[in-house]
Design a protein around this ligand. Structure first.
Ligand code: ZN
Length: 423
């Protein structure tokens, strides 16, 4: 049986068909998808995935934060080797972010079912709640609760921008399950995902063996000055919240450029009140997103930003309130799994590169409780969270094949003997 297992390959057309079918749910009509977490569209997407899981005879279980797990028994008992991702999207989402990891997991299962292969260890495909964090903060909320990094009560009490409670939405769409959280840790976790950046395509690689995820720091800054007439108020007497917000935005970018070494910083949301042409802004609200693969460096960047905010606000006489939205330390994935992914790719003559993930993923939460790794495939022009998000079909299928063989080895179903050293 070993030789036959070594030769297994996923059915690319079937994978692409499922990606099309899921992308039709919440389609924005321009190639994009909008399935914000726990909306009716998210429910419809979940329903379709659950239907496919049941078609494959997976045992489907939903936990109290709404994570869905489809499990397939192995020849031995014990915790499953798990793969999966998410099916919620941002408002202007693409077709592959998250969806690829879930549907490639189902494709791996169907490939095994068709070939009559039962894995040694059990195999499971997970769909995690609210990965994007667009509707409920923080992002990766479902997988965070899954591993016990956030309590169930905290997760259920998360509020959307318009004041809706996550737990109520979960009930409403019928995904408030009964399985307790935190759930039992898998034996290992591997997530296939699009890169969402330009590195693989630019450098001509098909597969990324992801070594870890950079640290993420999100904060919201509220600035309170004084509204006043734009014509009659002398410049030196202003307490201009709009000006301070703009100075922070440009200063944050300057800090990122000066520090270099992989520092990225973004002010992605900025609002003024009263937001009128002839009124000095009374209030401003902005977000700051800072990321770095090294925790010490990330802290230095945070400190520099804090100093900047305090300084410009004080100079202008504007009050500052800072709200922490999310903070995740950098994650280092399991070296054995990173080597395994690289080796499986090399064994299949796929150009493979080791790399750090610039975006947050459910895998970084699972890494807290079990050996974890990720497989990246290229994103055309590095574009994601956008309707034009695109990955070449051959690359999607190649990623699913690497996932298949990585899972076959992790479940002890095929030996690692023939896998080349992809370092
Ligand atoms: Zn994603």
């Amino acid at each position: 049986m070993t030789a036959a297992v070594d030769e297994l390959a996923v059915d690319g057309d079937r994978l692409l068909r499922r990606l099309d079918d899921l992308a039709a749910v919440g389609s924005t009509g321009d190639g994009g998808v909008s399935r914000l977490a726990l909306t009716d569209d998210d429910r419809a997407g979940r329903d379709l995935v659950v239907e496919w899981m049941e078609d494959l005879d997976l045992e489907v279980s939903v936990d109290r934060i709404g994570n869905i797990v489809g499990s397939r028994s192995g020849l031995t008992d014990g915790p499953p080797v798990m793969t999966g991702s998410h099916v919620d999207t941002v408002a202007t989402g693409g077709r592959y972010d998250g969806n690829l990891g879930v549907l490639a997991g189902l494709e791996v299962v169907e490939t095994l079912v068709e070939a009559g292969v039962t894995t040694q260890r059990p195999l499971a495909v997970g769909v995690f709640t609210d990965e994007e964090g667009s509707r409920f903060s923080p992002d990766m909320l479902g997988s965070l609760v899954y591993v016990g990094g956030m309590t169930l009560a905290e997760g259920l009490d998360a509020r959307s921008a318009d004041g809706v409670r996550l737990g109520d939405e979960l009930q409403r769409i019928g995904y408030a399950g009964v399985v307790p959280v935190p759930r039992t840790a898998p034996a290992a976790f591997v997530e296939l995902h699009i890169e969402q950046g330009p590195v693989l395509e630019t450098e001509g690689f098909t597969i990324g063996a992801v070594t870890g995820v950079q640290g993420i720091s999100w904060q919201r800054v509220l600035l309170t000055g004084q509204a006043n007439h734009a014509g009659t108020t002398p410049m030196h007497l202003r307490r201009d919240a709009g000006y301070v917000a703009a100075a922070i935005a440009t200063g944050v970018r300057r800090i990122a450029l000066e520090r270099g070494g992989g520092t990225v910083a973004t002010v992605g949301s900025l609002g003024l009140d009263p937001d009128l042409v002839n009124v000095v802004a009374r209030r401003a609200e902005l977000t700051i997103d800072l990321r770095h693969p090294d925790e010490r460096e990330l802290r230095l960047v945070e400190a520099a930003v804090a100093e900047l905010v305090a300084e410009v606000a004080a100079t202008e006489g504007v009050e500052v309130a800072i709200e922490r939205l999310a903070r995740f330390e950098p994650v280092v994935f399991d070296e054995t799994i990173v080597d395994l992914v690289a080796g499986v790719a090399a064994d299949r003559d796929l150009p493979v590169r080791r790399m750090v993930s610039g975006a947050g993923h459910d895998a970084q939460m699972l890494a807290r409780v079990c050996p974890t790794g990720m497989i990246f495939v290229p994103s055309h022009d590095g574009i994601s969270h956008n309707p034009v998000e695109h990955t070449d079909p051959d690359d999607l299928v190649a990623g699913a094949d690497v996932l298949l063989h990585t899972l076959l080895i992790l479940t002890d179903t095929r030996g690692p003997g023939r896998v080349a050293d992809g370092r």
